[in-house]
Write a protein that binds this ligand. Structure first.
Ligand code: WT7
Length: 637
C-alpha cells in the first residue's frame, strides 16, 4: 500500500464557536476523559451507558464472548426498546411533548405527542396480537415514509415480533424474496404514496409479490394513505383502520432478553450483495442513546430531522429509535427534496424550526446544483448542528453545506457507520476541531485500527483496511439464516476484528479519512488511489455536479481511471466537450499529481444510484466489463 496525500484541502480547519462549547452536553475535557476511560475499560464505559436506560432486569455480565464472533451484550438483561422509546416517557414531562412531526409531499401534515404515539402503537400491538402474532414472528413492512410505518415498527417491537422493512422503491420481485426468506406471517403496506409529484401504487406490487400464494403470509394489512381503489382479497387483506378500530389503547410490553432480535434489515448493496442483518433490543438501544446525547448533543428543546428513509438503517436508528429513546421530536417527510421545487427541505426546516439536520451527501449534491438562491428564500437560523452519512462528503460539498445552510455557525458532522454497526462509529463531536473530508475519530467505546491485508498495522498516512478491534453494543447479532457468511464476511482474520471493507488512513493529527470501499479503490501503476480522492478533486471543479470514478484495465499501468461526469447546467450547454475534458484532466493533475491517470472522461446525464441513493460504482464497472445488470436494482434517479 502506498502513502497518499489525504486530501487536497486538509489545511482547512474549523473550530467550534465558544457558545457551542459552553452549551455542549460533552465538552472537550469530558470527551477526552471519556475516551481515556473507555480506552482503559470499554466494558465499564458501556455498562455506565446501559445504566442510563430502564431495564426490567439488569444484566449478569456486560459481554459474553463464549461464542465469538457471536457476541452477547448484557446477557441476563431483560428489556424492551419500546419501553425506553415510548412507555417510560408517558410518566414524565415528555408525555405531552411532540414525538413526531410528519409532513406529506402534498403539504398535509400530522403531529403526535408521545402519549398519542404510545396509544396508537398500543392499539396496533393489540391488533397484531389478536392476529396471532407473538414473540419471534416476522412481519414484513413494505411502507413509505408515513406515521403508520413508525407505528408498525414500534408495535412489532412492543410485542417482541421482528420487523423487516423493505424499501418502498423496491420491486415486487425483491419483496417476494424478502417474504420468502423471512417467512413473514404478516405484510403491512399502503395503498399508495406520493413521490416527486407522482402517486405510486404499492398494494398492487404486494399482490404481484404474493401471486400464486405464499407459505407463510396469513394477513396483509393495508394503510389508506392515498384513497386508491385497490383490490382487497377477502380472506387475506384488511384495512389498517378497520383492524385497530376496536382495539384498546393500553398494551403490555413484552419482556425481551437483551439479545433477542428486534429487526432484520437488508444492507443496501454498498457492501456487496444484500445481506439480512439482525439487530437486537439491548445493545442497540444503549449505543443509540449515547449517540443521540453525545454526538447529536440532544437538548430538551430540539427538533431533530434525519432525512433517511425508514427502509434503511439511518431511518431505523435516527428517525425512529434513537430520537424517541432520547425523548426528542423527530421529523419525517414523505416526499422528494425537489418537490415542488428545490427549496422544500429549507421550507421544512424553517416552518418547524428544525435544530439538528442529518442528511446525506447525495441529497446535498443534488440541492447544490440548484444554487444558493433556494436556501436564501428561508430562515434557517434555528439550525445548530448539521450532519452527513452514507458516503464521503467532498470538502467542497461540506463547505457549501456549512456556509449556505449552517451560515458558518453550525458544525458539520461527517458520520461513518454501516447497517451492520447500528449507530455512528467514527464521527466528530460538535465541539471537535473539524477538517472537511475527514470522519474524525471513533466515538468513545469504539476501538479501531488500520491494517494491511495480512493484518499488520499500517503507519500514519498509509491506506489500509479499517477494522473494529473490540465488539460494541449496537453490532449486528448475526446474518439471518447465514451464520457462516457472518463469520467469513466480517471476521475473516480474527474473531475479535470486525472487517469493515473500507479503505482508510490516519493523518498526523490522528484523524481518519475514508478512501472508498476496498472493491472500489484504484490501483494505478501500483499506487492505490481512493475513488473518493479522485471524485473529490473532480467535485472541486466548478463544471462538475456529480461524478463517479472507476478503474479500467490498462496494459501498462495495470489500471487507470475512467470518470463519469454529470456537468452543471451552465457547462452542460457548452459545445466544446473536448475543451472541458482538457480542462478537467489538467485540474486533476494539479490537484492530485501525475499519478491520477484518468484515461477517459464520459459525460452522462445521470449516474446510477443504489436504492439508498449512493453512487453505484459496481454498475458502471460491470457496464464497462460488458455485463448487463438486473435493471430492477437501478434507482429511478
Ligand atoms: C458504507 C455502509 C451511514 C449508515 C448508512 C449507510 C460508506 C458510510 C460514510 C462516511 C464515507 C461512508 C462506507 C460504509 N459510508 N458513511 N461518512 N464517509 N463513507 O450504511 O448502506 O450499510 O453503507 O457506506 O463505505 O462501509 P450502509
Amino acid at each position: 500500500m502506498n502513502t497518499s496525500k489525504t486530501t487536497y484541502s486538509e489545511e482547512l480547519v474549523f473550530r467550534p464557536l465558544p457558545q457551542l462549547v459552553i452549551d455542549a452536553n460533552v465538552n472537550p475535557q469530558e470527551f477526552a476523559a471519556a475516551q481515556a476511560a473507555a480506552q482503559a475499560d470499554y466494558l465499564a464505559y458501556w455498562e455506565d451507558a446501559a445504566h442510563e436506560l430502564e431495564w426490567f432486569h439488569k444484566w449478569d455480565a456486560v459481554l459474553d464472548t463464549t461464542n465469538a464472533p457471536h457476541y452477547h451484550w448484557f446477557p441476563g438483561g431483560q428489556c424492551n426498546i419500546v419501553h425506553n422509546a415510548l412507555d417510560r416517557h408517558i410518566t414524565t414531562g415528555n408525555k405531552n411533548k411532540l414525538a413526531l412531526i410528519w409532513e406529506g409531499e402534498a403539504g398535509d401534515s400530522k403531529k403526535y405527542t408521545y402519549y398519542e404515539l404510545y396509544r396508537e402503537v398500543n392499539r396496533l400491538a393489540n391488533a397484531l396480537r389478536s392476529l396471532g402474532i407473538s414473540k419471534g414472528d416476522r412481519v414484513v413492512l413494505y411502507l413509505p415514509l408515513i406515521p403508520q410505518t413508525m407505528i408498525t415498527m414500534l408495535a412489532c417491537a412492543k410485542i417482541g415480533a421482528v420487523h423487516c422493512m423493505v424499501f418502498s422503491g423496491f420491486s415486487a420481485k425483491i419483496l417476494r424474496q424478502r417474504v420468502v426468506e423471512t417467512q413473514a406471517k404478516v405484510v403491512v403496506t399502503a395503498d399508495g404514496f406520493y413521490r416527486n409529484g407522482h402517486l405510486i401504487a404499492l398494494k398492487t406490487l404486494v399482490d404481484e409479490a404474493l401471486m400464486g400464494g405464499s407459505d407463510s403470509v396469513e394477513t396483509v394489512i393495508v394503510v389508506n394513505r392515498a384513497t386508491l381503489d385497490v383490490h382487497m382479497s377477502e380472506a387475506r387483506d384488511i384495512w389498517y383502520d378497520a383492524l385497530i378500530r376496536q382495539e384498546r389503547s393500553e398494551a403490555a410490553t413484552e419482556v425481551m432478553h437483551a439479545h433477542d432480535p428486534l429487526f432484520i434489515l437488508h444492507t443496501s448493496g454498498t457492501t456487496g450483495e444484500p445481506k439480512g442483518v439482525i439487530h437486537g433490543h439491548g445493545g442497540y438501544m444503549v449505543a443509540l442513546h449515547r449517540s443521540l446525547n453525545w454526538v447529536f448533543d440532544i437538548k430538551p428543546t430540539d427538533i431533530f430531522w434525519c432525512t433517511g428513509d425508514l427502509g434503511w438503517i439511518t431511518g431505523h436508528s435516527y428517525v425512529v429509535y434513537g430520537p424517541l429513546i432520547a425523548g426528542t421530536t423527530t421529523v419525517m417527510y414523505e416526499g422528494h427534496p425537489l418537490y415542488p421545487q428545490a427549496d422544500r427541505m429549507w421550507d421544512i426546516v424553517s416552518r418547524y424550526g428544525v435544530t439538528v439536520l442529518y442528511t446525506a451527501p447525495t441529497v446535498i449534491r443534488m440541492l447544490m446544483r440548484y444554487g444558493h438562491q433556494y436556501p436564501r428564500m428561508h430562515d434557517l437560523s434555528t439550525l445548530r448542528l448539521l450532519a452527513s452519512a452514507g458516503e464521503s462528503i467532498s470538502p467542497d460539498t461540506w463547505l457549501w453545506f456549512y456556509k449556505n445552510i449552517g451560515h458558518s455557525q453550525c458544525p458539520v458532522l461527517d458520520t461513518w457507520w454501516q447497517t451492520e454497526t447500528g449507530s455512528c462509529m467514527i464521527t466528530p463531536f460538535p465541539v471537535s476541531v473539524l477538517k472537511p473530508g475527514s470522519v474524525h475519530r471513533p466515538v468513545p467505546g469504539i476501538m479501531v485500527d488500520i491494517v494491511d491485508d495480512q493484518g499488520q498495522a499500517v503507519p500514519t498516512g498509509v491506506q489500509g483496511n479499517l477494522v473494529i478491534t473490540q465488539p460494541w453494543p449496537s453490532m449486528l447479532l448475526d446474518l439471518d439464516r447465514n451464520s457462516q457468511k457472518y463469520q467469513s464476511t466480517y471476521w475473516p482474520l480474527k474473531t475479535h476484528w470486525y472487517w469493515t471493507g473500507d479503505i482508510v488512513s490516519r493523518d498526523e493529527d490522528g484523524l481518519i479519512w475514508i478512501h472508498g470501499r476496498s472493491d472500489d479503490i484504484l490501483n494505478i501503476a501500483g499506487h492505490r488511489i481512493g475513488n473518493v480522492e479522485l471524485e473529490n478533486a473532480f467535485l472541486a471543479h466548478k463544471a462538475v455536479a456529480e461524478v463517479a470514478v472507476v478503474g479500467i484495465p490498462d496494459k501498462i499501468k495495470g489500471e487507470v481511471g475512467k470518470a463519469f461526469v454529470v456537468l452543471r447546467p451552465d457547462f452542460a450547454v457548452l459545445e466544446d466537450r473536448n475543451e472541458i475534458i482538457r480542462m478537467l484532466k489538467e485540474h486533476l493533475r494539479k490537484e492530485i499529481g501525475p499519478v491520477a491517470v484518468i484515461r477517459v472522461i464520459e459525460f452522462v446525464d445521470t449516474l446510477p444510484h443504489t436504492q439508498s441513493g449512493k453512487i453505484a460504482r459496481h454498475i458502471l464497472k460491470d457496464r464497462e466489463a460488458g455485463i448487463a445488470k438486473d435493471p430492477s436494482l437501478l434507482a429511478e434517479s
